[in-house]
Design a protein around this ligand. Structure first.
Ligand code: BGC
Length: 711
């Protein structure tokens, strides 16, 4: 039955409704009905709401629990989070999420499950494609843009998976163990930013434990930090099947449990009757749920129609802003439309444009580059490699036994020979390669960073006979590139959504100038990654021993070379930076003082229109505390600048940008030291730097030695 618009309800009115529910009804209300609905008691004035996945488009399942995970209504597949993060584009993410919200309204959905803002601790996490970044500032800012866009339509977001859910292996049982500094510097701030800047109406408690307690029962995070400290005022929902102890979850602040089908309602009733769970706590959960239901139903619109063709264009625009140019020797790209171009690889025809698992969207409008270039007589296609082994879906019991590696994708000699023969005659060869769904999915981590043998073999064979090779990567996370020296061009397109075919064609032939930047580091090999020694843990204990030194924080501090640094991305044009200015309104060491305004002029000095991403890092030169040498604290993407055109980019910094968590003070404090405001092109390429001395309250005790770092 379709949802009905509700009138505005005050908290007082909602409390009155809850006061009239029986204990049994209240226990029932705190569990979802089926997979996607909340409970309704029409006679008592309690309506229900409908929710569905997210975050890359609507996955509305009409057949509910027993449906296959891929059985959902037709909707637009937007670029996956890995791709949208590469756009560094708050405005276009807002627009896409708003479009998704309209599709939700048109399909009678009140809450979309997303976005995911977990940290990309290791390139091996099977679900990295569904997360934004290894950097909490970037993930927080882009996550907030997504939530603001989605919620501007009256549809609720559900930010997930709170928190420290950075691996799929043992995700239902493992405990992510870390100290407070690591939590506060890395794993919590993206959630904090989204809560404070976008006020999501819901948060999803993750499957895993943190420091020994299931997140669904973890009062410290769900109540003390999320609600009391950050001011979250919405509904906490368990991940699907993540609650192990219903009364414990209510006590901790997890309002709604999903996927228990009411079997455990009796535990709540028993706990209340025996005095183990106070009825007030249960009432609080019911009020939080009904506040959510009434708020979304108040904004419900029954007259919205989704125009999927129009929404496809929104997905395309965002994807165009997300494509990252990683290598462009001799300006191989863009390719002149007069050249003879050979497209190669199964992905050119059957693109990998989305991830596997609960974010899978059903669309019939996904385009390939083979299709979008079919009218270009100078463009031809050869397969080069076949699709290879296919993974079972997450809802297929076979999924959990299915293990596969890059070596299971055997090169096909016949297909390679045909490709090589055609490559000898082509002006430029564009090889589509990356990761098939079976190598990265929700529910399973990767074992290494390798691409399929069949993809690598094709690239190597073609590069031997043709000097003009461009590789277009479709993947949700970093890959090794053993052939990097043999090719002239590389485009990282991640998982671009259903408009893949148009956007990649337009970048290849120069109608769009790529402006994406990597939201994560690409190490040479996975063994270089700081979490490598501890990742996955043992016996359900996963120690986050690398602490706050994740991603580029580690590589830059250790001065370790990487394949591509965080923030990296080239353009078809050139940008000059000038007029670097800092306006310090207040004293930085003082929490209450005003912020700092940093500005820089960006000029397009090349011959093509393009967009630049200005990155601001706070660098640490001297500080008694061992900290990452550089952390992203601001960024801005320019408008499309014509050749010769300039834009003054302004970034505001508050005092938190210089602060660091102190476990004794249980607060973000300032450490005395020499800092720098750095304007950069990426985490390793600083354009301007200005020193900032901070005389902070810490350290309270100075060591008496000759180490210049701490004197
Ligand atoms: C996933 C969530 C998803 C939920 C509902 C869970 O297995 O972890 O991200 O929203 O299922 O499909």
């Amino acid at each position: 039955m379709a949802a009905k618009k509700a009138k505005h309800m005050t908290v007082k009115e909602i409390k009155e409704i809850v006061s009239k529910l029986t204990l049994k009804e209240k226990a029932y209300l705190t569990t979802g009905v089926g997979s996607w609905e909340t409970a309704a008691f029409p006679k008592k004035g309690v309506p229900k709401e409908w929710m569905c996945d997210g975050p890359h488009g609507l996955r509305k399942q009409v057949n509910d629990v027993h449906a296959s995970i891929n059985d959902s209504i037709e909707a637009v597949s937007f670029p996956a989070e890995c791709a949208i993060a590469a756009s560094w584009d708050r405005e276009l993410i807002y627009e896409a999420a708003k479009t998704l919200g309209n599709e939700a309204q048109a399909n009678d959905v009140q809450m979309v499950l997303g976005p995911g803002v977990n940290m990309k601790r290791s390139p091996l996490c099977g679900r990295n494609f569904e997360y934004l970044s290894e950097d909490p500032y970037l993930a927080g800012e882009l996550g907030a843009a997504y939530v603001n866009g989605l919620q501007s339509t009256g549809v609720s977001a559900c930010v997930k998976h709170f928190f420290a859910n950075s691996q799929e292996t043992d995700r239902f049982t493992s405990s992510s163990e870390m100290d407070e500094t690591t939590e506060r510097q890395i794993y919590l701030p993206a959630f904090e930013t989204v809560v404070k800047k976008a006020h999501p109406q819901s948060i999803m408690a993750a499957y895993n434990k943190v420091n020994g307690t299931y997140m669904t029962e973890n009062k410290k995070y769900l109540t003390d930090i999320l609600r009391k400290e950050w001011g979250f005022d919405g509904m906490v929902v368990s991940d699907w099947g993540a609650t192990h102890n219903r009364p414990g979850a209510i006590e901790a602040g997890c309002d709604l449990t999903m996927w228990q089908q009411h079997e455990t309602d009796k535990d709540i009733i028993k706990a209340v009757k025996s005095g183990k769970l106070s009825e007030e706590k249960l009432d609080e959960a019911c009020v939080n749920i009904l506040k959510h239901v009434f708020k979304t139903l108040e904004k419900h619109k029954s007259n919205v129609k989704a125009d999927l063709e129009k929404d496809h264009e929104v997905a395309r625009k965002l994807f165009e802003s997300s494509i990252v140019l990683l290598k462009n020797d001799g300006n191989i790209l863009p390719i002149s439309k007069k050249k003879n171009v050979l497209l190669l690889g199964d992905f050119a025809k059957n693109p990998r444009y989305q991830g596997g698992g609960s974010s899978h969207v059903t669309t019939s409008r996904a385009t390939s580059v083979v299709e979008t270039t079919k009218d270009m007589t100078n463009v031809s296609y050869k397969k080069g490699y076949g699709p290879g082994p296919k993974a079972p879906t997450l809802t297929d019991p076979e999924f959990w036994k299915f293990r596969i590696s890059a070596s299971d994708y055997k090169p096909d000699k016949k297909l390679i020979d045909e490709a090589v023969k055609a490559a000898k005659k082509a002006d430029v060869c564009v090889i589509f390669a990356g990761l098939p769904e079976a190598l990265e999915s929700e529910g399973a981590d990767r074992v290494d960073m390798r691409m399929p043998d069949s993809h690598n073999a094709l690239i190597e064979a073609v590069a031997k006979v043709n000097k003009n090779v461009v590789v277009v990567l479709q993947n949700g996370a970093p890959v090794e590139m053993p052939w990097i020296e043999d090719v002239k061009g590389i485009l990282e397109t991640y998982l671009g959504g259903e408009a893949s075919g148009e956007a990649v064609r337009d970048v290849l032939f120069g109608d769009v100038n790529p402006s994406g930047r990597l939201p994560e580091t690409f190490p040479f090999i996975v063994e270089d990654n700081p979490s490598y020694l501890f990742y996955l843990g043992c016996d359900d204990v996963v120690k986050y021993s690398e602490g706050e030194f994740i991603g580029y924080r580690y590589y830059t501090t250790k001065m370790m070379p990487v394949l591509f640094p965080f923030g990296f991305g080239l353009s078809y044009t050139k940008f000059d930076y000038s007029d670097f200015k800092i306006d310090a309104k207040g004293f930085i060491g003082d929490e209450k003082a005003g912020g700092i305004t940093v500005s820089v002029k960006v000029t397009n000095t090349g011959r093509k229109a393009g967009r630049e991403v200005v990155q601001l890092y706070v660098g640490v030169n001297k500080c008694a505390l061992k900290r990452p040498v550089r952390e992203l604290k601001g960024f801005a993407k320019t408008k499309l600048l014509k050749p010769g055109e300039s834009e003054i980019v302004t970034i505001e910094l508050d005092s938190r940008a210089f602060a660091h968590w102190n476990e004794e003070a249980k607060a973000y404090v300032h450490y005395t030291g020499e800092y720098e405001i750095q304007i950069a092109k990426d985490a390793e390429n600083i354009v301007f730097a200005a020193p900032v001395d901070i005389d902070g309250a810490y350290p309270r005790k100075r060591a008496n030695n000759n180490n210049p770092e701490i004197n």
